[in-house]
Design a protein around this ligand. Structure first.
Ligand SMILES: Cc1cc2nc3c(=O)[nH]c(=O)nc-3n(C[C@H](O)[C@H](O)[C@H](O)COP(=O)(O)OP(=O)(O)OC[C@H]3O[C@@H](n4cnc5c(N)ncnc54)[C@H](O)[C@@H]3O)c2cc1C
Length: 423
């Protein structure tokens, strides 16, 4: 029977068979990264008996103010409401079996009411990302039942491995530049990209602004306000305008070339755009002028612009399953399962990533709650689940990209036909 060395003590501590029978109440769960997904996981696991939750975060403050919205499927109470999104709905039924959907809905019903109330609020309108982070963080700290142990530190892969004792669970929620993703493949030495599949969909400017009147957008609006913009069409994403009673928050994207992306700083304002990319700025101005004509309002402040590559990516392995298969008996990931959640596991453009991360966090919390699931099954089930979520978000993202491509050429029938592959 394989025995395992504790990397910290260098002692042979416990056999694999013994790990399986470790009392559940001794189980420590380490969550590295207290962004939205790590925090949600901590809040879901915190009330569960027999777990001691440890949360590690390098940032001292939550400063990201970008407005985000969560998908309504996160608080769905029926299969019909779970598949309400018209692009996503059929994919969901194609990918997930009915019992899987039922299990996800049942888990939602069991989410503590304090947390569910927050989720419900965030699916209704826009919310700054740091408000989501602070709210969950405060909720965790306010709960009296069991404390989450917090550590302020920049963790390294080596530290993460060293702190493990057999039977611990390690969850990497460190975001797109995941701490452990590339360490999940034995023999890779943690080399960048060893465990990552990336599909670049496009380069884009994400442009956000505030507008002093109520403004709603739909597909006709996107068309009519871009009618004089052959290039740099500004496309507010579906549900990306939100009126909070006095101000409309508008966020959309503009497609740019790889060369333009390289020539831009990562973050800038409308003034910089006007001076350096007047064509893109004029296109924005035309769009905004048409909003003003209709609703007689004014832009409040300047445009906030971020340039980003819109990548779809996934960890080919979202768990440490390969370490167990390879039988590297003395590696800490053999005796302590590792899971990736949130952007460390799957990244998707078009403003859906947090919801996807929350969805995976809920599944993982549900899995950890089931004490009788053997470790191998836990790893297999999480791998399968994340793969299915990947298929779902891949199909949705490709469909959005395709629709966007058609839209770019909507007034040029021949170019449009080039983009269509009809049958
Ligand atoms: C411009 C822009 C707009 C967006 N808008 C939306 C939107 O509207 N809707 C949406 O769903 N998504 C949106 N997203 C994506 C969304 O912000 C991410 O999907 C989300 O933040 C991912 O959450 P996460 O918890 O997985 O990772 P992160 O938010 O990246 O959090 C990771 C955490 O881990 C910590 N960390 C990292 N490394 C270490 C370490 N070594 N040690 C300790 N701590 C560490 C970090 O400090 C951070 O707190 C947007 C992204 C961008 C760039």
């Amino acid at each position: 029977m394989a025995s395992i060395k504790n990397p910290r003590t260098q002692k042979t501590d416990v056999s694999i068979a013994a790990i399986k029978t470790l009392p559940a109440r001794d189980r420590r769960v380490h969550i590295i990264g207290a962004g939205p997904v790590g925090l949600l996981l901590a809040a879901l696991l915190q009330p569960m008996e027999g777990l001691s939750v440890h949360l590690y975060e390098k940032r001292r403050e939550y400063t990201r103010t970008r407005m985000v919205q969560l998908a309504s499927y996160l608080v769905a109470d029926s299969v019909e409401s779970y598949r309400a999104d018209h692009i996503d709905g059929d994919n969901v039924v194609a990918v997930f079996d009915p019992p899987e959907l039922d299990e996800g809905l049942a888990f939602r019903q069991a989410i503590p009411s304090d947390l569910m109330a927050l989720l419900q609020q965030w699916t209704l309108g826009f919310c700054p990302l740091n408000v989501i982070e602070r709210s969950i963080s405060d909720l965790i700290d306010a709960r009296k039942s069991s404390a989450v142990q917090r550590t302020a530190a920049v963790m390294t892969p080596e530290e993460a491995m060293t702190m493990l004792t057999p039977g611990d669970i390690l969850i990497d929620c460190t975001g797109s530049r995941s701490l452990l993703r590339d360490h999940l493949v034995p023999g890779s030495g943690g080399v960048g990209g060893a465990n990552t599949l990336t599909i670049r969909l496009e380069y884009a400017l994400v442009i956000a602004f505030l507008y002093g009147q109520k403004y709603d957008c739909n597909e006709y609006c996107k068309y009519s306000k871009n009618i004089e913009n052959p290039h740099y069409k500004f496309i507010p994403m579906v549900h990306r305008t939100h009126y909070d009673g006095s101000v409309s928050h508008v966020t959309g994207i503009v497609n740019i070339t790889a060369e333009e992306y390289e020539a831009m700083p990562s973050r800038f304002d409308g003034q910089w755009l006007r001076s350096n990319f007047p064509g893109a700025a004029q296109s924005m101005d035309r769009f905004i002028d048409k909003i003003k004509e209709e609703t007689h309002g004014e832009i409040l402040g300047d445009l906030e612009i971020v340039r980003i590559p819109l990548d779809l990516y996934r960890a080919r392995n979202a768990t440490s399953r390969q370490w167990r298969i390879a039988e590297h008996g003395d590696h800490p990931f053999v005796s302590s399962p590792v899971f990736l959640a949130g952007d460390s596991a799957i990244g998707s453009p078009y403003f859906q990533s947090i919801s996807l991360g929350f969805e995976c966090a809920m599944f993982l919390a549900g899995l950890i709650a089931q004490r009788d699931v053997p470790l191998k099954d836990m790893l297999d089930r999480y791998e399968l689940y994340t793969y299915k979520q990947w298929l779902r978000v891949y199909m949705r993202s490709k469909m959005i990209k395709h629709n966007k491509d058609l839209f770019e050429f909507i007034d040029d029938p021949l170019a449009l036909l080039d983009k269509l592959h009809i049958y």
